[in-house]
Design a protein around this ligand. Structure first.
Ligand code: NDP
Ligand code: OXD
Length: 315
């Protein structure tokens, strides 16, 4: 009985925590697999394609990420249960990220930064929070926590999901048929969707053009995009073009089509774009390992697993 750790980063850090928590557990760190027939559980982040299929007795895959798109990218992904990482600290960090960036753009901070650089003392009109419509694309574990935090400030909240949701103080829209109505009533778009075949490239010029601008009544200078879901959801070039055309006022991007974001990308230096290196909600290795060992223990005892990935939905 062995646990494989196949992670593109922090693998040895995870292994050290496993050994600390459970010294008796046989831990293998890819690419040092040993006898693959002994591997029953795997803790993974972006594992090499085809690797997991070489383990004939694999019984459970634990994803270090909340998002599992990298696993589904493996055409040979074994048909064993998969659980994704869901954790209070991760959720808290994402809530901080979303709140920080909604407030930043609502309070026109990028313009104040520009004014400060030029030593210009200038008043900019800022709408009341109750007049700013924040729309969440995706209101699962992370989106619903963000909505609860944003509600405290009095923002007018709406959310778009696959199946219909219900949350106090949030106008809920579901499915493709209601996407346009959702977008037309959104000033600040917060994206916390998983990357699936249905959502890939969804943040393109057509979608961005549908965001509310409220014409002469607009309180913000234009719509804002905040994407902390996955880079594959967005078309970087369309975001830039929308900013240039004034269809977008500003953007906060934690994720990109290519990561790390290439030096050549104009997003790096755009005055209304905030770039962060896919760390909106970095998770603590000890918490990840603790969670993985709990799931492995449940699997061994035949008890229910938590946060099981639905293969049909792809998240
Ligand atoms: P959940 O699975 O809990 O929530 C996903 C939400 O997206 C659900 O509300 C779901 O709808 C909705 N959704 C999925 N597909 C569609 C679709 N086709 N149309 C409309 N809505 C859809 O995921 P989490 O909240 O835990 O995480 C969301 C994503 O955040 C992850 O998949 C990951 O990519 C990203 N992430 C990024 C991090 C970072 O550091 N930048 C850190 C952690 C996660 P429904 O409720 O109907 O199922
Ligand atoms: C995740 C991430 O999916 O960090 O957890 O992106």
């Amino acid at each position: 009985m062995a646990l494989l750790i196949a992670c593109s980063s922090r693998a040895h850090e995870f292994a050290a925590f496993v050994r600390g928590f459970d010294p008796a557990l046989d831990v293998r760190v890819a690419p040092d697999l040993g006898n693959v027939a002994e591997i029953e559980h795997a803790l993974v982040w972006q594992p090499p394609k085809g690797l997991l299929a070489t383990m004939p007795n694999l019984r459970l895959i634990v994803s270090v990420g909340a998002g599992v798109d990298a696993l589904f990218a493996d055409p040979d992904l074994p048909a064993v249960p998969m659980v994704r990482f869901v954790d209070g600290d991760l959720t808290g960090r994402m809530t901080e990220y979303v709140t920080l960036h909604v407030l930043y753009h609502h309070r026109r901070m990028s313009e104040f930064r520009e004014l400060q650089a030029r030593k210009v003392w200038k008043y900019l009109a800022e709408p009341a929070a109750y007049d700013v419509r924040v729309g969440l694309m995706g209101m699962g574990v992370l989106g619903s926590a963000a909505a609860r935090a944003l509600r405290i400030f009095g923002y007018r909240l709406r959310a778009w999901t696959r199946s219909r949701k219900s949350l106090d103080g949030v106008a809920c829209y579901a499915g493709n048929a209601e996407l346009e109505a959702f977008l037309s009533e959104t000033d600040v778009l917060v994206v916390l969707l998983p990357l699936t075949p249905e959502t890939r490239g969804i943040l393109d010029h057509r979608l961005l053009a549908k965001l509310s601008r409220r014409g002469r009544d607009a309180r913000l200078p234009g719509p804002v995009l905040i994407n902390a879901g996955r880079g594959g959801l967005q078309v970087d070039a369309d975001i830039l073009a929308s900013l240039e055309a004034g269809k977008l006022y500003a953007a906060s991007l934690d994720v990109f089509e290519a990561e790390p974001l290439p030096h050549s990308s104009p997003l790096w230096s755009h005055p209304r774009v905030l770039v962060t290196p896919h760390n909106a909600a970095e998770s603590a290795p000890a918490a990840i390992v603790h969670y993985a060992l709990k799931q492995i223990a449940a699997e061994r005892r035949g008890q229910p697993l938590q946060n099981v990935v639905d293969r049909k939905r792809g998240y």
